[in-house]
Design a binder for this molecule. Structure first.
Ligand code: GUN
Length: 281
């Protein structure tokens, strides 16, 4: 049976260290999360982010805007937060309602406050081999989890499934920076099983049941970023845990794997941006 990559345990360790660090700060960071519309999952994620931030002594505010909010109105809100010196980190929860251009909104966030590392400035730096101010939260959490279990990346074939700007794209770059051989698969990929069969590490970020044990190489590592509710209302990941955990040497569970690591990374990023801001002034 595979060893469980325990994201909750590592999250707790990271948050405890951060709490102690923040206790030594005179001033605290302020994380503002902007939520547009009433996506049920987003509401839960955002509440979780605020609760975790506050448990560390990070000031956290959620700005909730109705789903009819116009792009210009949201841009003007971002502008206000950019110029507000008391705000040190801005996160616009994705997805946004369809009538708002995600690109335009993210592009409007001041890179120094871009706690997701999603702005063209930070993304561009990541993709051209410079250090971004912070690394995107979920990819960062995935790498922290693999490192915690001393899983080697150098020279390994890592198959990333999904090419979103939130996970697949930045993660593939971060893996390349760690000298992995990276294959990025997506909805148009043919013969997925043939590719995953050759993977030392499979990282799946799709949100559908797509991985079964028979698609995997013996003793591979599975990092399951997908999360959704199945037909019985049960929370589950992209991998069929039953069959996959019999083939793999390590597997991250859903829930309790990557999800907690994303939150931990967000808290790390909030503190990193704050420290950069303080050191600059
Ligand atoms: N929606 C799902 N994951 C994320 C994330 O990491 N950041 C933001 N802003 N929205 C998300």
């Amino acid at each position: 049976m595979a060893i469980i990559l325990d994201g909750k345990k590592l999250r707790d360790k990271i948050l405890n260290d951060l709490r102690q660090k923040l206790d030594r700060f005179d001033k605290k960071p302020t994380l503002v999360v902007v939520l547009v519309g009433d996506n049920a999952a987003s509401k839960i994620y955002v509440a979780n982010k605020k609760k975790t931030a506050q448990s560390l002594g990070i000031n956290s505010v959620i700005i909730e805007l109705p789903s009819e909010t116009k792009e210009e109105e949201l841009l003007s809100k971002i502008n206000e937060l950019n110029n507000d010196e008391s705000v040190t980190a801005i996160l616009v929860q994705l997805p946004l309602p369809k009538h708002i251009s995600q690109k335009n909104i993210i592009n409007a966030i001041k890179p120094e406050k871009d706690v997701d590392g999603f702005t063209p400035y930070n993304f561009g730096r990541l993709f051209s081999g410079y250090e971004p101010l912070v690394y995107p939260c979920t990819p960062k959490g995935v790498l922290l989890l693999l490192d915690e279990y001393n899983i080697e990346l150098d020279g390994k074939h890592v198959v990333v499934i999904g090419r979103s700007n939130i996970v697949g794209r930045p993660l593939s770059q971060m893996l390349l920076n760690r000298n992995a051989t990276v294959t990025v698969c997506h909805s148009h990929t043919k013969n997925l099983a043939q590719i995953t069969k050759t993977a030392d590490i499979v990282i799946s970020a799709v949100g559908k049941k797509i991985i079964e044990g028979e698609m995997l190489k013996s003793d591979c590592v599975i990092v399951d970023v997908g999360i959704f509710k199945d037909e019985n209302g049960k929370t589950r990941g992209d991998a069929d845990f039953e069959t996959a955990s019999r083939i793999a040497s390590y597997i991250s569970p859903v829930p309790g794997g990557v999800g907690p690591m994303t939150i931990a990374s967000l808290m790390l990023n909030t503190v990193e941006l704050f420290e950069k801001m303080i050191n600059k002034s």
